[in-house]
Design a protein around this ligand. Structure first.
Ligand code: AMP
Ligand code: MG
Length: 346
């Protein structure tokens, strides 16, 4: 009998607790409001500093649920489901859904297809959407690969129309959380706040600094040591977004199959990257590119980052190299346990 073991680790980035005692900061700390909930198939943590914190959290939660209802591939009434069930016809969607799908298609071209939202039929076939895991036959994968390719999506910018070819379907699971986390910090700002943090599983977006003026301290989880960290990142007004096979996978007959699919092969990406964190103020790019870099592997990922200096990254490989953008020299502190590892600044 086949033994299937599935593991989902949601908390891939952790906000390091306030440590020490800052007397000047007490008033601000009293003005803290935070909330944890489950949404978007992950654990969500929202933290705000300022007046009316609870009311703002209520509003953020409402907006989060609206986004989930729009973008989720598993909610039948979502706009993504409407696109997927359109049977080769144009579907007019909201400006936000249009933006996300069209930017996803652009990032697909930018990453030479490593990121591709049209890989969904294959993600589904492997069972990553439902948790009913299955290793498909290669013949089945080959036939599904025929409908993969974001260049086949058609757009009408005036009517905000999106059209897929028959047999195609899309999944914003690799890009929506980065967008939503960014939007929630924008809402915090509109509500008059200057300090807050959104954590959607491996997607963190910071508004401003901590109330005491210091950057947020974000610990990046070690992909193979459950309670270990790769290091701590100082983050102000930016996102830190992590992708890794360890976040969701299943094991069958001694083989591990993780959830990020290489759109060229239709199989889980066989990458030398175990974890990649992208740091940027653009949550859409950060989320999509972290997924793409994982698919590319370290060599192509470094070449890509060389061409996109606005994106910074921390990459951990299966031969235990820690690759860090040189511009993060001051902002990322590798964990002390890395003394024996190879740390490379690029
Ligand atoms: P992330 O956690 O942001 O790296 O995104 C991974 C999720 O995106 C998976 O669980 C799938 O839903 C979807 N996905 C898998 N492979 C790809 C890919 N190559 N391009 C775009 N989305 C993908
Ligand atoms: Mg992603």
């Amino acid at each position: 009998m086949k033994k299937i073991l599935s593991v989902i680790l949601c908390l891939t980035i952790t906000v390091v607790a306030f440590s020490g005692c800052d007397l000047n900061n007490n008033a601000a700390i009293e003005n803290k409001a935070s909330r944890s909930l489950t949404a978007l198939d992950t654990i969500v943590d929202l933290t705000v500093y300022g007046d009316n914190g609870e009311e703002i959290l209520d509003y953020l939660e409402k907006r989060l649920n609206n986004y989930e209802n729009k973008f989720s591939v598993t909610i039948d009434s979502s706009e993504v489901s409407a696109i997927n069930s359109s049977n080769g016809e144009f579907v007019n969607v909201s400006a936000e859904t249009y933006r996300l799908v069209s930017e996803a298609a652009q990032i697909s071209a930018l990453t030479d297809g490593a990121f591709d939202i049209t890989v969904y039929p294959i993600v589904k076939e492997w069972g990553f959407t439902t948790g009913e895991y299955n290793v498909p036959e290669s013949k089945r994968i080959r036939s599904l690969l025929a409908s993969v390719g974001s260049e086949k999506i058609q757009f009408n910018s005036e009517s905000k129309g999106v059209k897929l070819l028959k047999g195609m379907s899309i999944d914003l699971g690799g890009i929506a959380k980065g967008y939503i986390a960014m939007k929630l910090t924008e809402i915090m700002k509109t509500e008059g706040l200057s300090s807050g943090l959104v954590s959607l599983g491996g997607n963190i977006h910071a508004l401003g600094t901590k109330p005491n003026g210091n950057p947020w301290q974000i610990a990046i989880q070690h992909p193979t040591q459950a309670s270990g960290y790769l290091g701590v990142l100082a983050l102000t007004d930016r996102a830190a977004i992590t992708s890794g096979g360890y976040q969701r996978y299943f094991e069958q007959d001694g083989e591990i199959y993780q959830h990020i699919i290489d759109p060229k092969t239709g199989a889980p990406a066989r990458s030398d990257i175990l974890s990649v964190t992208v740091i940027t103020d653009n949550g859409i790019m950060g989320d999509a590119v972290s997924t793409a870099l994982y698919v590319m592997g370290s060599e192509k990922a470094l070449a890509f980052l060389e061409q996109h200096k606005d994106l910074e990254a921390v990459i951990f490989t299966d031969d235990e190299r820690l690759l860090i953008s040189s511009s993060l020299n001051k902002d990322f502190t590798p964990d002390a346990s890395f003394a024996g590892y190879q740390i490379v600044y690029f």
